[in-house]
Design a protein around this ligand. Structure first.
Ligand SMILES: *[C@@H]1O[C@H](CO)[C@@H](O)[C@H](O)[C@H]1NC(C)=O
Ligand SMILES: *[C@@H]1O[C@H](CO)[C@@H](O)[C@H](O)[C@H]1NC(C)=O
Ligand SMILES: *[C@@H]1O[C@H](CO)[C@@H](O)[C@H](O)[C@H]1NC(C)=O
Length: 401
């Protein structure tokens, strides 16, 4: 029984906590960081010779999010003739932040590549991450601060960022999401959020369905997470490198080799530079968000968070089961670019095919689907050849929309 528990916890962590192994950084918990000297612009953008602006936007439920803007390319590169530049919002995935798009050299990182190619680049950071940890009345030590899942990223964070950028630029946006950043877009567009402000969307490692995820590890972990939901909900904050997560990871990593954890979870990434690691800049998320993802793995559906009983669901939704996100209701003329990998263990081929099936009525000339047989989950953001294989077609898609 004890052994079984240890194993379950191992599976749980293997799936979700790729990170804590390499983490351990104590995250600074200022209610609102007004000091831009230590922000992403200063640390990750200006150091590469780009201009950069820090922006703040407050969501309707009080979270204060940071956005970074790279308005021009290197030494004014990418200045377009006539017309205003098209804004692009880049939205990172789970347990990550905007540095996802800046992690490699300017010639390899999508954030810089888009700036050098004449786009007005905006980088989002979701609630709870280091640079978006502010709130109008709550702090990270309040349990209510962590009472959210990706439903709230769909309902509040994404619309707040779209509104803000649209107001600032007077332009409709292109959107790029990776992983959870794609789920945010699918959720929002299916609810007809932000549609009047979006020009097109590129979705890398698209996630809408998780029910066929092939990894037995992932499936077992999701079962355990659900079974131990009461305990984990008590934890509130799912913090890589902190508290319960890091102790468990330390235990597990004394039994197994964690050095390749990244590949065990995300798939055998073909094309990352060995000096690039996703283990830096690991960011906390809400435990409730992890449980919501586990529900999707178990049930294969894309629905709002399930409170577990008819009574509690009724209290939140006025119905006994959580409402669906209806992928088919995404407008057929919204330009979508999907790129998925044959080796991706999180955005697996079967689930992506289910997603594409739900989009079968989409206007054929408004849907580009790219399959990279050799790519796993992280190659889409850290692959040294992603510029040629993914970002060039992505930019051509933006330019044609
Ligand atoms: C890999 O990263 C190192 C260190 O940043 C860099 O010198 C090298 O050029 C990179 N290789 C490729 C193929 O991008
Ligand atoms: C959080 O932000 C501080 C500066 O505000 C920085 O020194 C630290 O490295 C950041 N931590 C992570 C995990 O990004
Ligand atoms: C989903 O949306 C499509 C298109 O609007 C509609 O035909 C279908 O009935 C919806 N499905 C559900 C379950 O609401």
């Amino acid at each position: 029984m004890v052994m079984k528990t240890v194993t379950s916890l191992a599976l749980l962590l293997l799936l979700f906590a790729v990170l804590a192994a390499g983490g351990g950084t104590k995250i600074s918990r200022k209610l609102e960081s007004s000091n831009h000297e230590d922000g992403i612009c200063q640390l990750n953008v200006k150091t590469q010779g780009y201009s950069c602006e820090e922006h703040k936007v407050t969501t309707k439920d009080g979270f204060i999010l940071s956005l970074q803007r790279i308005p021009t390319g290197r030494s004014g590169a990418g200045v377009t003739k006539g017309g205003p530049k098209a804004p692009v919002l880049l939205q990172h995935g789970l347990i990550s932040d905007a540095t996802t798009w800046l992690a490699m050299s300017p010639d390899e990182s999508l954030g810089f590549i888009l700036a050098d190619n004449g786009f007005d680049v905006w980088l989002g950071n979701v609630r709870g991450t280091n640079y978006s940890s502010g709130h109008t009345s709550l702090g990270p030590s309040d349990p209510e601060y962590w009472d959210w899942s990706w439903d709230e990223l769909v309902a509040y964070d994404l619309p707040a960022m779209f509104d803000y950028i649209h107001t600032q630029t007077g332009q409709k946006l292109h959107y790029v999401g990776h992983s959870l950043g794609t789920l945010m877009a699918f959720g929002a567009f299916s609810m007809h959020e932000a549609l009047s402000q979006v020009r097109s969307a590129a979705l890398l490692s698209p996630i809408a369905y998780l029910g066929q995820m092939p990894s037995p590890l992932a499936r077992a972990a999701a079962d355990i997470f659900t079974a131990e939901a009461i305990y984990w909900l008590g934890v509130k904050e799912f913090a890589p490198g902190g508290g319960p997560v890091s102790k468990l990871v330390a235990d597990i990593c004394s039994h197994i080799d964690c050095s390749n954890l990244e590949n065990i979870i995300t798939g055998p990434n073909c094309c990352m530079n060995s000096s690039t690691s996703s283990l830096t800049h690991q960011q906390p998320t809400a435990t409730k968000n992890m449980i919501h993802l586990a529900q999707m793995i178990r049930k294969g559906t894309i629905k709002m968070y399930d409170y577990g009983s008819d009574r509690d669901n009724n209290k939140h939704y006025g119905q006994a089961t959580p409402p669906d996100y209806n992928i088919t209701s995404i407008p057929n003329d919204l330009p979508l670019f999907l790129s998925y990998g044959g080796k991706d263990l999180l955005s697996d081929v079967k689930d992506v095919q289910t997603l594409i099936g739900e989009l079968s009525d989409h206007d054929p000339d408004k849907l580009v689907v790219q399959y990279r047989g050799d790519y796993a989950h992280l190659d889409f953001v850290y692959g040294v050849n992603a510029k040629q294989l993914v970002y060039s077609p992505l930019m051509a898609f933006f330019s044609s929309n």
